[in-house]
Design a protein around this ligand. Structure first.
Ligand code: GLY
Ligand code: MN
Ligand code: MN
Length: 511
């Protein structure tokens, strides 16, 4: 029997019991009746009214769109489960993105909970949503004081049913009612789909209910689940007003984090793992101002900048180098920025560093110049490549002409710019990743889309095809962009981009 099967067959209570006994060999918890009675008594049980979440005004329209796209289906969106880090210690919980989008919940809410979205009985074009979770346990339960994974004394309290209802503005139920709710009326007229790979226990429950109610399992069920995943991904391609507000907050907090990094750059230079100093300063800002970092910070000095996802960050930061910092604050609603600035550690670009920097900036500006509604997403990348290939030709690096390189059978320039120029951005740093190609790369830009523009050039120190002066220089400039009615707004414009402005920015912060 696999772990997944075992998990599926156990009740939530049994699982909680298993988990609460983690680390029991060193437990010295008292277990007398007198202790249990005493610890259950004398607590103030008042729970003040909760405020309705800002997102609760936007989630109904999102859910209506979902039931219109996938009709006659009860859709199950689990928040996900805690992941063990070691023994009785878990990683911080982050809910599944689709759950967060349709429920409106962010931060660490709420492991093991489930949102169910289905057509309403009165109007099948409107959604009925129910949130299932395990509400706050009573003071008279052993969970309260003895359960290090879920207990109020250990990890803080969960909301009550009333609080959850007040915050979300939808019906809420105890998680123990989930199975009955999922099974009700399922059959020829109403299918049942689940967001795959989020919660194995809930997925197994859905499979069993499908079987019991004559719905196909196997490939057909998998196809329905994949359609749900695709729909949830494509729904987020165009952001609503609330999401745009959250993205502005994420970007602003990120730029404040970059500024703090610059203030601490001298400390990084003096430390043998200066990249970690940078990572730490940014992380402190992200945690104080938001939920944390939206992805692992890339703090890459010198040649490390040529490793595209350098997150080991254990290198020194030398004064004569560039340092590439790719970082984003994820705010409490889980929206994240994704910004890169490449800074001269000394405060001044050398002529060669400036030459590479300005080539990348020109490529970025070319993408900005074409970005407007009606243009295809893929054209953003093409515009940047149309700039970089001729520059690399001029520098004598290409084995042919820029035109030959830009042709599909050439592409030599991609040796030094191997990644894409843009990706959608939102709750996931690489947002909407399950969207179909025709909805992503081949789609036209429309107002409300948010994506990055992030060309780069990377000359590795062991690259024998480039002159020595270029080796060990990596530059990326990454901005977060909102499509407007007639162009784009650079959400991260407050972080200087030109070489002169970057130097002035650093000088102003480092005094
Ligand atoms: N930070 C990862 C990326 O820029 O896509
Ligand atoms: Mn990016
Ligand atoms: Mn990035």
């Amino acid at each position: 029997m696999t772990t997944t099967d075992a998990t599926a067959e156990k009740s939530t209570d049994e699982l909680a019991k298993d988990l609460s006994s983690r680390g029991d060999t060193r437990s010295q918890r008292p277990n007398s009746e007198a202790f249990r009675e005493f610890i259950a008594s004398g607590w103030d049980e008042t729970v003040p009214d909760a405020d309705r979440l800002e997102a609760a005004d936007f989630t109904p329209a999102r859910r209506d769109a979902l039931v219109r796209r996938i009709p006659a289906t009860r859709m199950v969106l689990p928040a996900g489960v805690l992941k063990v880090r070691s023994n009785d210690t878990d990683y911080p919980f982050r809910p599944d993105t689709a759950f967060a989008y349709y429920a409106g919940l962010g931060t660490d809410e709420e492991p093991d909970s489930v949102l169910v979205v289905e057509p309403s009985a009165e109007d099948p074009a409107r959604a009925q949503a129910t949130y299932f979770f395990r509400p706050r346990a009573g003071f008279d339960t052993s969970e309260f004081y003895a359960d290090s994974r879920y207990g109020e004394m250990w990890v803080g309290r969960r909301p009550t049913l009333t609080e959850a209802e007040q915050r979300l503005g939808i019906e809420v139920r105890h998680i123990e009612e989930l199975r009955d709710h999922l099974a009700k009326d399922v059959g020829a007229q109403l299918s049942l789909a689940v967001m795959p790979s989020v919660d194995a226990g809930v997925e197994e429950m859905v499979t069993q209910i499908r079987e019991q109610n004559g719905l196909p399992t196997g490939d057909e069920a998998a196809a329905e689940n994949a359609a749900l995943k695709e729909a949830a991904s494509e729904a987020r391609l165009v952001k609503d007003e609330y999401e745009i507000r959250q993205m502005r907050r994420a970007v602003d907090a990120t730029i404040a984090g970059f500024e703090d990094v610059i203030r601490h750059l001298d400390r990084a230079v003096g430390h043998e793992r200066g990249e970690r100093v940078i990572e730490g300063v940014f992380a402190a800002n992200a945690r104080a101002e938001g939920n944390g970092v939206g992805y692992d910070t890339i703090a890459a000095a010198g040649d490390h900048a040529c490793t595209l996802h350098w997150i080991r960050n254990d290198g020194a930061v030398h004064a004569d180098e560039l340092v590439l910092i790719d970082a984003g604050v994820e705010v409490d609603s889980l929206y994240t920025a994704d910004v890169t600035r490449t800074l001269p550690v000394s405060g001044t670009f050398s002529p060669t560093q400036r030459k590479v920097y300005e080539a990348v900036l020109k490529a970025a500006d070319a993408s900005f110049a074409v970005a407007k509604p009606g243009v295809k997403f893929r054209d953003l990348h093409a515009a940047a490549m149309d700039v970089l290939a001729p520059i690399l030709e001029e520098w004598g690096l290409l084995p042919g002409t820029a035109a030959e390189s830009l042709a599909p059978e050439g592409q030599w320039h991609r040796r030094w710019m191997p990644h894409g120029t843009s990706h959608h951005l939102g709750m996931d740093v690489h947002d909407c990743a399950q969207a179909r190609r025709e909805m992503y790369l081949d789609a036209e830009l429309v107002p409300g889309m948010i994506f990055t523009i992030e060309p780069g050039l990377y000359f590795k120190e062991n690259d024998l095809l480039v002159p020595e002066e270029l080796r060990g220089i990596g530059v990326r400039i990454e901005d977060d962009v909102l499509v407007t009615e007639d162009g784009v707004e650079n959400l991260s414009a407050a972080a200087p981009r030109t070489a002169d402005d970057v130097e002035a920015w650093m000088a102003s912060l480092r005094r």
